[in-house]
Design a protein around this ligand. Structure first.
Ligand code: ATP
Ligand code: MG
Length: 358
């Protein structure tokens, strides 16, 4: 099977987001009115050491969790869309003559890739997509070339196969975020058009930043920062196990000192990280401001995080709800789905790779 980063598949697929600490699944369907219906979603934690730095480290353990997550989803669909971590791919935009034949184009993509990929070409999978006419030269087109080491792709495919599933799409996390952004853009004034929007996806270990201008991605950055730090602080301060700390964090029940002495300082450190990310962005691009911040990832479920980030950065801040406006399968708990929604952003973007017309 040839793997393509840009496969266009028509029936919906299950979007599968494999992070270092969990596997998240989202299944969407066509609502018959030009939108999506949320059929189901599931999250399962991964044991420590199963995934390390975005790589499959203990294949059997990851397969077991994948199988369990798929069972919990309760579907018959076995076709899935996966993504590589943004850091595992090298991408570059180049310009090429317009109207080239497919074979000539492939040859030129290889020649271009050869110049900037630090591995031998037979160790990598290369894919490309024509983005459109080049801005300054009508005789040229802009082409996005994406490459990743074959083993990174094969490892993830092995997880799918081991769990009895069929991987049809291998995407990139930042592209999945960009795709899912179309679901949350309508939470912003003028649906985000002509504005600069920073999506900050704060997970357990990583903060993924993606800035879009006029609904197109212009900047991505990842740094190690996440809710795992808060979990650890809860563990050590209140003498809890990892599991207990994780449950207490979500359901409450911690001593009164938690709010003021642990949670609020952590919320401030999120706001500070975002302010730093804003600074990095403005100092390394031609842009000098961001109009809106969209918070995603599991940490976005911390109550009033949007208020804390907005008051620290002075930038309008909203919590991503990719399920916003979707019909929701009656078997799901509506309220729970809304609170889980920000963490499902990447999985939603992948589930949308079904190529449904919306
Ligand atoms: N209701 C909640 N309140 C506070 N924190 C929460 C809540 N729900 C989830 N989290 C935290 O969010 C984090 C998980 O987020 P997410 O599922 O986005 O991470 P991930 O995608 O698995 O990991 P990463 O992207 O960092 O590799 C955990 O630290 C978890 O404790
Ligand atoms: Mg994540």
């Amino acid at each position: 099977m040839k793997f393509s980063f840009f496969n266009e598949i028509s029936p919906p697929l299950i979007g599968v987001d494999i992070s270092s600490v969990s596997i998240k699944l989202v299944e969407l369907s066509d609502d018959g009115r030009g939108g999506y219906k949320l059929e189901g979603y599931a999250t399962q934690p991964l044991p420590k050491g199963a995934m390390v730095d975005g790589n499959v480290s203990d294949l059997e353990k990851v397969i077991d969790v994948m199988r369990l997550a798929w069972k919990l989803l309760g579907t018959r669909e076995k076709r899935i869309a996966l993504a590589l971590p943004t850091a595992a791919v090298i991408s570059k935009k180049v310009q090429m003559a317009a109207g080239m034949r497919e074979e000539d184009m492939e040859a030129q993509v290889e020649a271009e890739a050869n110049q900037y990929i630090p591995f031998s070409l037979d160790e990598v999978n290369i894919d490309f997509q024509i983005l459109g006419p080049a801005a300054k030269n009508p005789d040229e087109v802009e082409v996005l070339i994406v490459a990743s080491r074959k083993e990174k792709i094969e490892d993830r495919v092995a997880v799918a196969e081991g769990a009895g599933l069929k991987a049809l799409v291998m995407d990139v996390e930042s592209y999945a975020t960009e795709a899912a952004y179309s679901l949350v853009a309508n939470q912003l004034p003028n649906a985000g058009r002509e504005q600069t929007v920073m999506i900050a996806d704060i997970g357990a270990a990583m903060m993924h930043v993606n800035v879009l201008h006029d609904n197109k991605s212009i900047y991505t950055r990842e740094q190690s920062f996440g809710g795992g730090q808060l979990t650890q602080e809860i563990q050590s301060r209140f003498g809890l196990s990892l599991e207990e700390a994780e449950i207490a964090k979500r359901r409450g029940g911690l001593p009164d000192s938690y709010e003021l002495e642990v949670l609020q300082p952590f919320m401030l450190s999120i706001a500070t990280e975002i302010a730093r990310a804003l600074q990095f962005f403005t100092s390394s691009t031609q842009y000098n401001r961001v109009d809106h911040i969209v918070l995603a990832g599991g940490c976005a479920a911390i109550p009033a995080l949007d208020v804390a980030v907005q008051s620290h950065t002075q930038i309008n801040t909203v919590i991503a709800n990719p399920f916003n406006g979707m019909a929701i399968n009656a078997k799901l708990k509506q309220q729970q789905a809304i609170s889980d929604a920000p963490a499902m952003l990447i999985a939603c973007g992948l589930a949308m790779r079904g190529g449904l017309a919306i």
